[in-house]
Design a protein around this ligand. Structure first.
Ligand SMILES: *Cc1c(COP(=O)(O)O)cnc(C)c1O
Length: 226
């Protein structure tokens, strides 16, 4: 079932890339496996899937202990500072950096382990009270501050769009994030590449790709309801 679902999502990603004039390779499809068993992940590994998304540090640890094959584990969840040590060295990319305090903690751990940690800055794009992420106004300052941390590289921005009836409603938010990416890239900050835009989930990944997503995070459409 998981395999069929994945293939169906993959087909939709291909179709939207084709009709919006983008190469399929420009978009990474991340299978969000949070709360789902390792067996399901293995089913997808068998068809060549390598990018998985997790949002709890503890779950990332237990899954990477069970699955020792090299995979791209994306950390997409709210990261507490005391959990940073579990994620640095395990995740290929931390999508959810939204404060300087967290970035500094990642810096500390990265220096200790002598690694460079790729991160995305999470923006609260719809200014929702319940959401993680830095506000649109504050993001520019935060990116500048993070760019001074020697063991972090900023690869772009991430956003979780609000739940909506129609995915079209989120198009303006995706467009805004793309615009912010361009503006920040223009600063030419050190260790700041701004090539990635992580946006789009089960309900709205097609619109996100049309608006420039380079990473979509799809859980429910692949693994079923949680
Ligand atoms: C759970 C989760 C997803 C996947 O959501 P679906 O709607 O199930 O596709 C994507 N991004 C983040 C940050 C998540 O926590």
């Amino acid at each position: 079932m998981v395999t069929e679902n994945y293939r169906e999502v993959e087909k939709r990603v291909c179709e939207v890339c084709a009709r919006s004039g983008r190469a399929r390779e420009e978009v990474t499809l991340i299978a969000v496996s949070k709360y789902k068993p390792v067996e399901m992940i293995r089913e997808l590994m068998a068809i060549g899937v390598r990018d998985f998304g997790e949002n709890h540090a503890q779950e990332l640890v237990s899954k990477t202990e069970e699955i020792t094959e090299p995979l791209n584990w994306h950390f997409i969840g709210n990261l507490q500072r005391n959990k940073v040590k579990y994620v640095v060295g395990r995740a290929c990319l931390i999508h959810s950096v939204s404060s300087l305090a967290l970035a500094k903690e990642i810096q500390k751990e990265a220096a200790k382990k002598n690694v460079t940690v790729p991160v995305l800055v999470e923006v609260n794009i719809a200014d929702e009270e319940t959401k993680q992420g830095i506000s649109e106004e504050e993001v520019y300052t935060l990116v500048r501050e993070i760019s001074e941390l020697p063991n972090l590289v900023i690869r772009g921005l991430m956003a979780i769009a609000p739940p909506v009836e129609s995915p079209e409603e989120n198009r303006p938010y995706f467009r805004k994030l793309k615009q912010m990416q361009k503006e920040i890239a223009f600063f030419g900050l050190p260790r700041t590449e701004m090539t990635e835009l992580s946006m789009g989930m089960t309900g709205d990944f097609e619109v996100a790709i049309e608006e420039g997503a380079t990473m979509v995070r799809v859980g429910t459409a692949i693994f079923g309801a949680r």
